[in-house]
Design a protein around this ligand. Structure first.
Ligand code: NAD
Length: 459
């Protein structure tokens, strides 16, 4: 299935959500890919053919392209690489600005291995504007072989969404490339099968009907870096806007679901990212909105819209606790079960997941918290060992003798619950649907109380 007219040697640094998706995509397009990570356990797993994260279709994609993929902790493959991708994490630092230590460490390791031929160093991590220039200066300073004409830095931000990463990588809306013209030519060659869409789609992720090809945006390093931040910030704003309107809907007797349907039909607005509920979580929106504000601060430039979006988002977590308190009066000794721990469906990622906050808040108020997730529970056992909650063995366990169940993540599994079986096992039939996923009326038939976000009338 090798389609790239010119198969290239590619090194991908960082084998997390972005690095693995990138490595799988490029191998599928016909390139020879080496994935590097400093975490030896991840590399050992990948070498055994196991995938360290949950991402639908990824395991098959990596297995199908195994002959073009290798995994190591050793940076020496950088020497022979035509293109080197930096896909390491950029978590928020204490002041909200991204912590660049992993990017700096990856760039320093690359510097010591650069070859003498033309090589393109691509930043796919989300980084503050100016980081591309900084990486170039670092390479110049540290690389014995550095040549400004041969070693070119590009920004190629990533727009994949966890849970649909393969779809987003294979059929993107756009490919954004920032850097010098010569480097962008190499990137266009690298992505040629993607831009032409002349690869065979993997069985797990067929080409969507009507999809033709991605747009290409060629720009400067700075603009490419800014596009990523501005795109995430805008999506975050849309979600917070829906949540702000939802709060007023509850107070004036309007229904947010009908309101967002009504406004989303305006093509200038669109329906996507207008879902009221518990707000965003995950590794990107919180960090990137804060990152942009902190870039503004550095330039003495206030960004009040973004700050408001952040405040509204995190307020939603308390809004849900208050809905529960209004029903139960006190949480002391009450058994509250959460359905969903991952920050969104179809991933096991727990970073900035609303469930984390909810567990902490409910525990502080004296509740006994039980939590269930279709895939994230093993990861939570490691990453959330500091929290006080009981992992639910299954849904029966989550519902049994509960005073309330909160739907936290809109997993498919929770959209087809057997209410007839589960509700009667609860001590009190109270459901807080924090994602507005329940469509059928439960109130009348099963004497349940269902509270949703932005909807005052019972559904
Ligand atoms: P991640 O934490 O899942 O993976 C990062 C990996 O990099 C880890 O496996 C870590 O061990 C490895 N690493 C750290 N330093 C290294 C080094 N010096 N050498 C080799 N490996 C090293 O992170 P992620 O979610 O894949 O995100 C990576 C970047 O992409 C971030 O900047 C993020 O903001 C951005 N991004 C993420 C998403 C997403 O949905 N996760 C989407 C778009 C952009």
């Amino acid at each position: 299935m090798t389609l790239a007219a010119q198969a290239m040697n590619v090194t991908v640094i960082g084998t997390g959500y972005v690095g693995l998706g990138t490595a799988g995509l490029l191998a599928h397009l016909g390139h020879q890919v080496t994935g590097i990570d400093i975490a030896p356990d991840k590399i050992a797993q990948l070498q055994r053919g196991e995938v360290p994260i949950h991402e639908p279709g990824l395991s098959d994609l990596l297995a199908e392209n195994a002959e073009r993929l290798s995994w190591t902790s050793d940076y020496s493959s950088v020497k022979e690489a035509d293109v080197i991708f930096i896909c390491v994490g950029t978590p928020p630092g204490p002041d909200g600005a991204p912590d660049l230590r992993y990017v700096i460490s990856a760039a320093s390791s690359i510097a010591h291995q650069l070859g003498e031929q033309c090589q393109v160093i691509v930043n796919k991590s989300t980084v503050p504007i100016g980081t591309g220039d900084y990486v170039e200066r670092l390479l110049e300073e540290l690389a014995p072989n550095f040549s400004a004409a041969q070693h070119l830095v590009v920004s190629n931000p990533e727009f994949l969404r966890e849970g649909t990463a393969l779809h987003d990588s294979l059929y993107p809306d756009r490919i954004v490339l920032g850097g010098a013209a010569k480097a962008l030519e190499t990137m266009i060659q690298l992505y040629a099968p993607l831009l032409e869409q002349n690869f065979t789609p993997p069985a797990s992720t067929p080409r969507p009907e009507g999809y033709t090809r991605p747009a290409t945006v060629k720009t400067t390093l700075q603009s490419a870096e800014m596009i990523k931040y501005a795109a995430n910030a805008f999506l975050a704003l849309k979600i917070s806007f829906a949540n702000e309107i939802a709060g007023l809907c509850e107070r004036v007797g309007a229904d947010i679901e009908e309101v967002t349907t009504g406004i989303g039909l305006d093509e200038r607005i669109g329906h996507r990212f207008l879902q009221a509920g518990l707000g965003w979580g995950g590794s990107c929106f919180g960090k990137d909105t804060q990152g942009l504000i902190s870039a503004g601060r550095e330039h003495n430039y206030a960004m009040p819209i973004l700050q408001a979006a952040i405040d509204i988002n995190y307020r939603q977590r308390q809004v849900i606790v208050e809905k529960l308190l209004r029903q139960l009066k006190t949480l002391k000794g009450k058994r509250v079960s959460l359905l969903g721990m991952a920050f969104k469906p179809n991933t096991d990622d727990l970073r900035d997941a609303p469930a984390h906050d909810l567990i902490e808040r409910l525990h502080r108020l004296g509740a006994h918290v039980t939590a269930h997730d279709p895939v994230a529970m093993p990861r939570a056992e490691h990453e959330w060992s500091h929290l006080s909650y009981t992992p639910a063995r299954d849904l029966d366990h989550a519902f049994a003798r509960a005073d309330a169940v909160i739907i936290v993540t809109e997993w498919d599994d929770y959209q087809h619950l057997d209410w007839n079986k589960l509700l009667p096992t609860m001590r009190r039939r109270l459901i807080i649907d924090a994602r507005n996923t329940i469509r059928q009326p439960l109130d009348h038939m099963l004497q349940a109380t269902v509270k949703q976000v932005g909807r005052s009338a019972p559904i």
